[in-house]
Design a protein around this ligand. Sequence first.
Ligand SMILES: [Zn+2]
Ligand SMILES: [Zn+2]
Length: 768
Amino acid sequence: MKEKFKKYIHSKTTKVVLTIFVLGIFLDLLFPLPNLKQYSEQILSNDGTLLTAYLTADDKWRMKTNIDNVSPELVKAIIEKEDSWFYWHIGINPVSIVRALYSNIISGKRVSGASTISMQVVRLLEPKERTYLNKILEMFRAVQLELHYSKKEILEIYLSLLPFGGNIEGVESASYIYFNKPPKQLSLAQAILLASIPNDPNSRRLDQNNEDVKVARDYWINYFKENHTFSEKNLDDALEEPVEFNRYAVPVLAPHFSYYIKEHSNGDVIKTNLNLRIQKTAENLLYNHVQRVNPKGVTNGAVLIIDNKNSSVVGYCGSADFYDAVSSGQVNGVVAVRSPGSTLKAPLYAYAFDEGTITPKTRLLDIPTDFHGYEPENYDLKFYGNVTTEFALRNSLNIPAVRLLQEIRLENFINLLEKNGFSEISDHKKELGLSLILGGCGVTLEELTRMFSAFARNGELHPLAYTKDDLEDKSKVQVFSKASSYLIAEILSGFNRNDIADLSNYSQLPKFAWKTGTSYGKRDAWAIGFNPDYTIGVWMGNFDGKGSPYLSGAEIAVPLLFDLFNSIDYKPEKKWFSKPEDIIKRKVCAESGLLPNKYCSKLVTDYAIKKSSNNTICNIHQPVYVNLKETVQYCTECLPSNGYKKVVYPVYDPELTVWYTENNYNFIKPPPHNPKCQAKFTADGPRILSPSEDYEYLLEENSGQEIMLLAASDSKAKFQYWYVNDKFYKKCKPGDKVFLKPGRDKLKITCLDDKGRDESVRINVKYY
Ligand SMILES: [Zn+2]
Ligand SMILES: [Zn+2]
């Protein structure tokens, strides 16, 4: 066996073949094929429509041609015309070489090139002087090309590089620029016309009127007639077709989107998920809406539309009009960093649902609150007192949100936002405070809309799929639970709220949830909505940052959001998220939103998350011992032996009681405690509402500015006693305000009630 093999290897022919083979590999390595040329980047919509293309670095329109996107007649015409044996030869065609040599010798000059398409590709890649030596090199190169690429690839390179005059290269570019259509839609006459241009591209270009063009076209039509390449009838029709001279601009659809893709993706032809029908609808609605609100000092807007099925970006408007320089239309509002207003309240409440802190019916306080010197107000400058969580979120109340953020802790919430991919927030997290929840931070429309799409995808944050390739990325982060996402969707889809569009404009509005936002100084108006199908983000404002008194999420952004859902997702049947299994229905006390105790008389149904939501029992409804007239309250220490009864009273949070009293609310409270009672209490002493612990007061020298002292007490306290640095200062009734002109020292301020309970805070005072 071995001997036989040796014999074989030593046979002469084998030696020759092996030598050629090794030499071939050696030469191929030593003289690699020239690089392919850089193509114009093409950005395609989800159905393959060319959105736009970009000039190459050498200023050429050189779009890569995919043979499947070219009319078969054009391909056939080019092959028949240039190299009819293309599919059978190996780069060189011996028959035509012999024929060419023969006719060259006969005529004494070069008449026929005998170039195959492969040889022409070599010349297009590596132009050289036309000498016999170069011709021979070209042949070697052509063979080399055939060994490296398939016939289809070679043909595609050829179709992509053919010159069509000026800076136009390739049939794809030529088809768009000369005929304003993709090469698949060319007529036979147009296909033959295009096939004839590369022979003399500079005198046959179609952007300059030239009779030679029609002569050349008709010559080839007749040539194909003689060779029966196409049906005679079609060729006769082609002869009748007039030649039109034009130069069209390369399409520019979805300019902000296309440019974003160009900057963030690689490839000659980038297939995106943009849906042109949705894109055009969004562009028209945004443009018209901006025209409508322009008199109100709002000149621009941006829209992002995500298909929730796979998080693909199907609509993307960076501005109302890319070409409007006056309103800076070239700024891309989808990625601009702006203040989010109140939009981040949705993730805050979702987080608190997941933490178990609240349920939709939990009561939150909406009363003036001093957060270490930060005293937010509501948008309408009103306070609503004791509100349910769902009311607070749906109506975007500020104080409950700040209080909630304080309760769940700022750093936890910032972590959540980082998990949601808010990069500006992440970069500046050290500088952020509680005002973050009211817009004191920077976000982009892209980040916000992506986060809201997580609510529509069971709480999973998926990366946005801009391109078809992006769809392969299956990574995701569970940012909210399925249950809290459902609760947010339920609460924010209610129509009983103040940020709603005029519903009489719509007959069959699809169901969706939405959150609005208005930034400080009325510079940004937001409305982000979602339903099972789409998540749509709308930003309205001015790119120069100017505010407008009319600018608000409800007034300026919501109508556009409604229009978008109405046109894009219009369908009579309304599908909605199904209720997750760990969402349970339970009865809670209507007044506290907590699980009822036996004294709670009015119950309502609430949703809760199994295993997460807290099970706190109502602390408002308590039985109290009173005299028969219900004018005096007793404790067990001072309870008389007769002449009393047990009555259930609502006992509110002392802070709320102070606010109710201040605002003359008509509310039920237990009568004052028996004045003769000698008992001391330890629990539930006064709560100092002002000043705030550790707060630094900056006062103007000699201005006479004073610090307000205010404390809440429960109904057992009749008096409060204020002490400054342990020295008695003043006596007052619970809820009365006391004023103090501070010295320069650190102050310890103590409030003691007549039941012996106290609380202290320490503050610093500085003068300037
Ligand atoms: Zn209750
Ligand atoms: Zn008592």
